[in-house]
Write a protein that binds this ligand. Structure first.
Ligand code: UDP
Length: 259
């Protein structure tokens, strides 16, 4: 077996060359980082859960007409994806004040926002991903105005769909981050949802108790991160319940679409 070519290694994922041109393999690591990697830990089982949760959300979003890079899950930690030209912007959608907006604007965490708010951050580790405006994005050419409109519309549609999906299982979608890329299709450039959507990139609070079921458990040293991610997977119906092995040897996952 030949060694796969590593295209890129990030904080929580590795991208390998895919089996065919235009494809990549996205590998989910167990590494957790926060505050631009100043805080780092390996959390056994996180990658497996994020692979499965992100697959589930991308497939559901695909069903409502959101184009995504996801092709299929390959194994517990890896998925086959379409290779895109990544747009260096993180799009954050917020429904409830938490994290940086709470700090920046002096809002109490948990305050519902007057409406869903979209923010943009420039993906540049050296600068700690600064918040930028649409003016910055178009002036510096990181994305063209129509691309930015499309990303914003897609992010809001993703927010509407996921808010309902999570509310149905007793979870409030407080905020989340998404990334997009460009895919050349014939002569057209299509904006496609990329990266991942998982409890690493969302804030998810239990509706009844306000329990945090997301990466804030790590950021704020609360412990119980894997159990919280497992709970999200269980509620979404993608973790086999009552499996005695699931507590001992990491999560046992079931497939909804065997290929
Ligand atoms: N987020 C992310 N990656 C980042 C920054 C933020 O996935 O590099 C997510 C984060 O998990 C949260 C949302 O985007 O769901 C808003 O994050 P915020 O701006 O509050 O930053 P934080 O205080 O979490 O660093």
């Amino acid at each position: 077996m030949s060694k796969r070519r590593r295209i890129y290694e990030g904080k929580a994922k590795i991208l390998y060359e895919g089996p065919e041109p235009g494809t990549l393999v996205q590998h989910f690591k167990d590494d957790a980082t926060a505050f631009n990697a100043k805080k780092h830990e390996v959390i056994d089982g996180k990658g497996v859960l994020n692979n499965r949760i992100s697959e589930y959300l991308f497939v559901r979003l695909g069903e409502i007409g959101i184009y995504t890079h996801f092709i299929k899950r390959l194994n517990m930690r890896e998925q086959l994806i379409r290779e895109l030209e990544i747009i260096p912007i993180e799009v954050v959608v917020r429904n409830i004040a938490a994290g940086s907006i709470a700090k920046r604007l002096g809002l109490e965490e948990g305050t519902p926002l007057p409406r869903s708010i979209v923010e943009f951050y420039f993906k540049e580790d050296k600068l700690d991903d600064p918040m930028v405006s649409e003016e910055h994005i178009t002036a510096f050419g990181w994305a063209q105005p129509p691309e930015l409109d499309e990303m914003t519309a897609m992010a809001l549609r993703i927010n509407d769909y996921m808010s309902g999906l999570f509310m149905g299982v007793g979870i409030r979608l407080v905020d989340f981050k998404v990334e997009f890329g460009r895919l050349l299709e014939n002569d057209m450039i299509r904006i496609v949802l990329a990266d991942e959507i998982s409890p690493d990139s969302c804030r998810l609070w239990d509706v009844e108790t306000d329990d945090k079921l997301d990466k804030d458990r790590f950021r704020r040293d609360m412990g119980g991160l894997v159990d919280a991610y497992k709970e999200v997977a269980r509620r979404l119906g993608i973790l086999l319940e009552g499996d005695p092995s699931s507590d001992k040897s990491g999560p046992r996952l079931v497939s909804s679409n065997e290929d």
